[in-house]
Design a protein around this ligand. Structure first.
Ligand code: ADP
Ligand code: MG
Length: 317
């Protein structure tokens, strides 16, 4: 799904590489944390995946394509398979919640009918069903990030890249955002999240790749964030290991129309017409636990289980 082969990135005018000989592979359906101190190369890594920048040395493959072989004209099509979320939300201040999400779809030429269906669906998924006519300044930080996530996933990207998505949020709000990202991952989207929030990384128990000075020093499955290399201030964080009270589940409802498939072709970066929205990417029902989306801004519900992607998703791309 994502492969780095000996990737080094040295920015012009600098001598020390931002990334230095990085090789790794992220498989379809994984949820991967990229951790490391400020300046360790996390954002550079994500920019390379997006082809916003090119490596000085080495090769990068994303969704089966060698990024070095994608012509600049094809880059926008390639990026349609990727969703991106940032620390600072990056919403359009003069557009409503609905229009912020719809805008992405308009730019890529989706029909009005498609937009009228897809936007309310994704707003419901992120727990903002009733807020589509609000403006960003009328929302809390957590709600704004939910809008940004809705915008990133409305076109059902195969991969979601998140660069410190909880960096501006308090711990309880961050927990809600992590639940949402877990749900998106359980639906079949590969998630790669840069963070230095130790509490989140420890609780999620997912794969952790740690960078120090642009080099991978650790790649651990089910990892926590214990490290000598990066001192991290831990914020108090609620723990949620009790089983959640089953509640009406909007996610379940959204998932039901689409069948899970074992052999889903990779989206291609071509000029070919968009496939029907229901066909990409595979939507797989979480088989493990009850997923409860907390009310935006209210933090997590009294108890819930972190959802995990079914093993069937852990397939090589
Ligand atoms: P992180 O996201 O982990 O904080 P970055 O990838 O932003 O790390 O930065 C890694 C290193 O590359 C840092 O030393 C940073 O100063 C440098 N760097 C990042 N972007 C640029 C750039 N556009 N030009 C020059 N140096 C850069
Ligand atoms: Mg960064």
């Amino acid at each position: 799904m994502i492969r780095f082969d000996g990737v080094t990135k040295t920015y012009p005018g600098t001598t020390r590489p931002a990334l230095n000989g990085v090789s790794l592979e992220v498989l379809k359906g994984e949820f991967v944390f990229l951790v490391g101190a400020s300046g360790s190369g996390k954002s550079s890594f994500l920019r390379l995946v997006l082809k916003e920048d090119k490596p000085t040395k080495g090769k990068i493959f994303v969704l089966g394509q060698d990024l070095g072989q994608i012509s600049s004209g094809k880059v926008p099509y390639f990026r349609r398979s990727l969703g991106v979320v940032f620390q600072d939300f990056r919403l359009l201040p003069n557009k409503t919640v609905f229009d912020n999400v719809a805008f992405t779809l308009q730019v890529i030429g989706k029909s009005k009918g498609f937009i009228q269906e897809a936007v309310p669906d994704v707003l419901k998924l992120v727990g903002l069903g009733g807020k589509q006519n609000r403006y960003p300044h009328e929302l809390s930080g957590g709600e704004q990030q939910r809008v940004a996530i809705a915008r990133a996933v409305v076109n059902k990207p195969a991969i979601l890249l998140a660069d410190e998505p909880t960096g501006n949020l308090d711990p309880a709000t961050s927990a809600g955002i992590m639940t949402l990202l877990s749900t998106i991952n359980a639906n079949g989207t590969t998630v790669l999240m840069a963070t230095h929030d130790a509490g989140i990384v420890d609780q999620m128990k997912r794969r952790v790749i740690e960078l120090v000075g642009g080099q991978i020093v650790r790649d651990e499955h089910q990892g926590g964030y214990q490290t000598q290399a990066v001192p991290v201030a831990r914020s108090p964080r609620p723990t949620f290991d009790e089983v959640a009270t089953p509640a009406p589940d909007p996610v379940e409802e959204l998932l039901s129309p689409v069948e899970a498939t074992e052999t889903q072709p990779e989206p291609e970066a071509t000029d070919a017409p968009e496939p029907a929205p229901a066909s990409v990417p595979p939507v797989v029902k979480p088989t493990t636990s009850t997923t409860v989306i907390p009310e935006p801004g209210s933090g997590p519900p009294p108890g819930f289980v972190w959802p995990t992607a079914p093993d069937s998703l852990r397939k090589k791309s």
